[in-house]
Design a protein around this ligand. Structure first.
Ligand code: SAH
Ligand code: SF4
Length: 367
């Protein structure tokens, strides 16, 4: 069988912890949610079936969204049992779910190797956004992040990422209109699987979500930002900045210390030039740490005259952390100053704070 679940990539440049060494999912069956039509054609031909079966299979997986091979009534029984034996359509079970008073719902999904990840559905009018994890845990060790505190368990496969979106869709009973890869994990140390997932989500024969509505958030793995800028699709990029002062950022985000802010600045300039798209900087305001006047001046200098958007958010306090969120008034000060130097800025309201929606918190609580 040719098509393989794409798991992860390593970069010659990054010298990051090689996540191909990390444990794999126990279920080695091919996850059909990660397969393109070409992959499905290879699969059915390998199983001795005519190519047109792939189209039928694709339609069952995506248009009709069935979760069981038994429902694929126009496929021969023999093919259905082969598929049952060698492939899978769902690999996780919901282990917990929490509903927020603002309408968002958070889920903990557990895979059969015991690994669990979080995903969130956030409705707004007739739109529904899904926030997806790309790894179970994370090796980057950001000081303010609940996920970073427990390290990396393993990277997720493309199919496992897509499945989170499908879970959100099925639970809300409506189409997911945008996806942000802002759950647990660092997507750019799991690059190939992340891109494969984005392509399934984007494919009109898959979930058909427009590329601009598919966002990847990275802590700033420079070689992968460069690689991402060369992808043909118009996917959206967000970078977690959190400080434009080198020593502050090094302390908050030790995992990206090796790439200076100057290199980030250059890489983002190149990204904007090459793609013409406006990247977002995520900035979680932490009282007394990155919300001082000096920090604001550096942030304005970093952003002014560049194509970017700054998303300010008040830090989500996590249990056991000594960091506290800044005040709303301070967030307003930041927004006003940034706007005054021509930088497009929003203050993002954290969704689902009553359900531990901040990255990694439900998983931390549930174990
Ligand atoms: N690893 C990627 C994507 C997952 S984290 C990244 O770091 O960008 C998604 C976003 O949540 C990032 O912007 C991250 O910095 C932010 N985040 C993590 N912990 C947070 C907290 N306690 N409060 C506010 N934002 C947080
Ligand atoms: Fe990892 Fe992102 Fe959390 Fe940093 S903020 S530890 S990169 S998930």
């Amino acid at each position: 069988m040719q098509p393989q679940e794409q798991q992860s990539s390593t970069s010659t440049d990054t010298n990051l912890r090689d996540d191909t060494q990390a444990p794999r999912p126990r279920d080695a069956r091919l996850n059909l949610l990660s397969c393109s039509l070409r992959d499905l054609e290879t699969l059915v031909t390998d199983l001795g079936q005519p190519k047109f079966r792939a189209k039928q299979l694709e339609s069952w997986i995506w248009d009709k969204g069935v979760a069981s091979f038994a429902d694929m009534t126009n496929l021969p029984k023999a093919l259905r049992s082969e598929l049952e034996a060698h492939t899978t359509l769902r690999t996780s079970k919901p282990a917990a779910s929490l509903h927020s008073s603002d309408g968002s719902r958070k889920y903990l999904l557990r895979y059969d190797d015991g690994v669990s990840v979080e995903c969130v559905g956030m409705p707004s009018g007739n739109r529904l956004a899904a926030c997806v994890s790309t790894q179970a845990g994370c090796a980057m060790g950001c000081a303010f992040c609940a996920t970073g505190a427990s390290g990396l368990t393993r990277s997720l496969t493309a199919g496992e990422m897509v499945e989170q979106v499908i879970h959100v869709r099925d639970d809300f009973g409506t189409r997911v209109t945008s996806v942000v890869m802002m759950g647990q994990g660092e997507p750019f140390v799991n690059y190939d699987a992340t891109l494969a997932a984005l392509r399934r989500l984007n494919d009109p024969a898959g979930l058909g979500i427009g590329a601009r509505h598919l966002t990847v958030s990275t802590c700033g793995i420079i070689p992968m930002i460069t690689r991402f800028s060369r992808e043909p699709e118009q996917f959206t990029l967000a970078v977690s900045l959190h400080s434009a002062v080198q020593r502050t950022r090094d302390a908050l985000m030790p995992g990206v210390k090796r790439w200076s802010l100057l290199r980030l600045y250059d890489a983002m300039g190149e990204y904007a030039e090459r793609t013409g798209r406006r990247p977002t900087y995520e900035y979680a305001l932490i009282r007394g740490v990155n919300d001082t006047d000096e920090e604001l001046t550096y942030l304005c200098d970093f952003c002014r005259d560049t194509l970017c958007h700054v998303n300010l958010i008040l830090l989500n306090a996590t249990p056991g952390s000594h960091f506290e969120p800044s005040s709303q008034r301070r967030a307003n000060d930041f927004a006003r100053r940034l706007e005054s130097v021509g930088v497009e800025t929003t203050i993002r309201n954290s969704r689902g704070t009553d359900i531990d929606a901040a990255c990694g918190q439900l998983r931390q609580r549930m174990g």
